[in-house]
Ligand binder design. Structure first.
Ligand SMILES: *[C@@H]1O[C@H](CO)[C@@H](O)[C@H](O)[C@H]1NC(C)=O
Ligand SMILES: *[C@@H]1O[C@H](CO)[C@@H](O)[C@H](O)[C@H]1NC(C)=O
Ligand SMILES: *[C@@H]1O[C@H](CO)[C@@H](O)[C@H](O)[C@H]1NC(C)=O
Ligand SMILES: *[C@@H]1O[C@H](CO)[C@@H](O)[C@H](O)[C@H]1NC(C)=O
Ligand SMILES: *[C@@H]1O[C@H](CO)[C@@H](O)[C@H](O)[C@H]1NC(C)=O
Ligand SMILES: *[C@@H]1O[C@H](CO)[C@@H](O)[C@H](O)[C@H]1NC(C)=O
Ligand SMILES: *[C@@H]1O[C@H](CO)[C@@H](O)[C@H](O)[C@H]1NC(C)=O
Ligand SMILES: *[C@@H]1O[C@H](CO)[C@@H](O)[C@H](O)[C@H]1NC(C)=O
Ligand SMILES: *[C@@H]1O[C@H](CO)[C@@H](O)[C@H](O)[C@H]1NC(C)=O
Length: 406
């Protein structure tokens, strides 16, 4: 198998081996690389020169890596390794190649200097928003919570963010938060509400393969002296099947659709993979939630949703203790909880972004979509569905979450 960056015939050069799961940086003169053998290989290329003219590749086992904004990626099966060739224009500057067999989506490097962010949190009743909205006023408030962790986190393709793990919050309380950058720049107010004291599901967060997941799941209490489950403590019985689904999907996608022809003028393989990952994560990780605080209306009122109420009811499904979870790899819960259904739009996004031959089919509202998805919160359901896109969003700025869009 041969991989080609925009096609070029090369004089015989020394072939440079590439090390698996590490970033290899090259400057000039090398243009042929040996790829290691793997059934699941991902090759990422990043250049440090702007404006590259794409070329064209061809042949059954020849793939071209298209560069967008200076980087590009290929994933697929290379059971007996392969050859990566780079065109001459790359030799004018330095470039990086990484070869991995763990099928992660491409990730930008962590920024070398992270601004100093300070998180300020207080119960909404403390009325931070009536103070002058300045860093000096907000930083002078006393905190009732403690910060248990603060790390940079690559939550989505939008880039790196600061993530805080906060301890000492009071149940059933509205909170207001601000983020202050370098002691003068204020972002906020950000509002959120804590769950009630009887809420039992622990937090799961910081999973590199599902980076946008950070919510409560129907699991037993987490290991002692931790604040929840992360990639270290989440059981393999949950993680491994998920990674297998992702790898199998990537193999299927890249073997047939990527690198040879464009299957759509609007969507790329990376879009398809990103939306598939979002969907897979939201259906594989059941989310616990509860009805918005202060609201005792029952589900019976949902038929009037489209007309009367401004505040819709979340797509919650009661699950009783001992019953199996929606996700077959989860243990049966030992307590009652309500499961927040994934937004139907997470499935529709995969359908739109992926090549048709993958056979992705989402349920329609006529055929019972609402049994397994939150329908009508973001887009209108098809036709006469109750929600009619009531919220346009999976959640609002007050911390009410209608469906799991993660
Ligand atoms: C970041 O800002 C906070 C609040 O002003 C300050 O206490 C802290 O020392 C700063 N940290 C760094 C590394 O500058
Ligand atoms: C900071 O807060 C204290 C009370 O908590 C107040 O006495 C003091 O004047 C404040 N300082 C400034 C600069 O606003
Ligand atoms: C929290 O805010 C919501 C509005 O978003 C309000 O309906 C509710 O009563 C508040 N809860 C408390 C405990 O203040
Ligand atoms: C998971 O959490 C534990 C304890 O809080 C911590 O020691 C560990 O480094 C974390 N692992 C990851 C991958 O974040
Ligand atoms: C992934 O593919 C392998 C090999 O084709 C297969 O044995 C396995 O069952 C698949 N896993 C899932 C979760 O579909
Ligand atoms: C909600 O119902 C509970 C009992 O089911 C009751 O104690 C509480 O006062 C009610 N809250 C509101 C805002 O109606
Ligand atoms: C509670 O739900 C009803 C019906 O959905 C809605 O009309 C009302 O505004 C909600 N109240 C709060 C405080 O969210
Ligand atoms: C989970 O619940 C199902 C249905 O109630 C039951 O058949 C199964 O044995 C339970 N599994 C475990 C591990 O308890
Ligand atoms: C769980 O819910 C069932 C009804 O679905 C109820 O009979 C049972 O008492 C609840 N258990 C607890 C611990 O609340």
């Amino acid at each position: 198998m041969l991989f080609l960056l925009p096609l070029l015939v090369l004089a015989v050069d020394a072939q440079q081996p590439l090390t698996l799961n590490s970033i290899n940086t090259f400057t000039t003169s090398t243009s042929l690389f040996d790829l290691p053998a793997s059934s699941q290989l991902t090759v990422s290329v990043a250049i440090m020169l702007p404006s590259v003219v794409p070329g064209s590749g061809g042949g059954a086992d020849v793939f071209e890596i298209q560069l967008t904004d200076g980087s590009g990626q290929w994933s697929g099966s290379a059971p007996s390794g392969g050859l990566l060739s780079c065109p001459r224009y790359l030799e004018q500057g330095s470039f990086q190649i990484s070869v991995s067999d763990n099928a992660n989506l491409p990730a930008p490097d962590i920024p070398s200097s992270i601004p100093n962010f300070t998180l300020v949190i207080a119960p909404t009743s403390a009325q931070l928003s009536s103070l002058p909205q300045t860093a000096c006023a907000l930083l002078n408030t006393s905190s009732t919570v403690s910060i248990a962790g603060n790390d940079p986190w690559l939550r989505s393709s939008e880039g790196w963010r600061s993530q805080w793990l906060v301890d000492g919050l009071t149940p059933s309380t509205n909170y207001t938060a601000y983020v202050i950058q370098d002691v003068f720049k204020v972002s906020g107010p950000i509002y959120f509400a804590t769950k009630s004291a009887s809420f039992q599901c622990p937090l799961v967060y910081s999973l590199p393969y599902c980076p946008s997941i950070a919510y409560a799941m129907p699991l037993p209490p987490p290991p002692s002296r931790t604040f929840g489950y992360n990639a270290t403590s989440l059981p393999d019985s949950i993680t491994l099947p998920l990674l297998q689904y992702m790898n199998n999907f990537t193999t299927m996608l890249t073997t047939f659709a990527c690198g040879r022809d464009l299957y759509s003028p609007l969507q790329t393989c990376a879009d398809c993979q990103t939306h598939y990952r979002t969907w897979l994560c939201s259906v594989s990780f059941p989310r616990c939630s509860e009805q918005a605080p202060g609201n005792n209306s029952t589900a019976a009122s949902s038929s009037s949703l489209g007309t009367a109420a401004q505040v819709p009811l979340s797509a919650l499904q009661p699950q009783s203790s001992g019953s199996p979870s929606r996700s077959s790899n989860f243990p049966n819960a030992t307590y009652n909880y309500s499961s927040l259904l994934p937004c139907l739009e997470t499935c529709n996004a995969v359908d739109r972004a992926c090549p048709y031959f993958l056979g992705i089919k989402c349920p329609t509202t006529k055929f019972n979509a609402a049994a397994s998805y939150g329908v009508g919160f973001i887009d209108s359901g098809d036709g006469d569905e109750i929600g009619n896109g009531v919220t346009g969003l999976a959640q609002d700025r007050w911390g009410n979450v209608w469906c799991n869009g993660n």
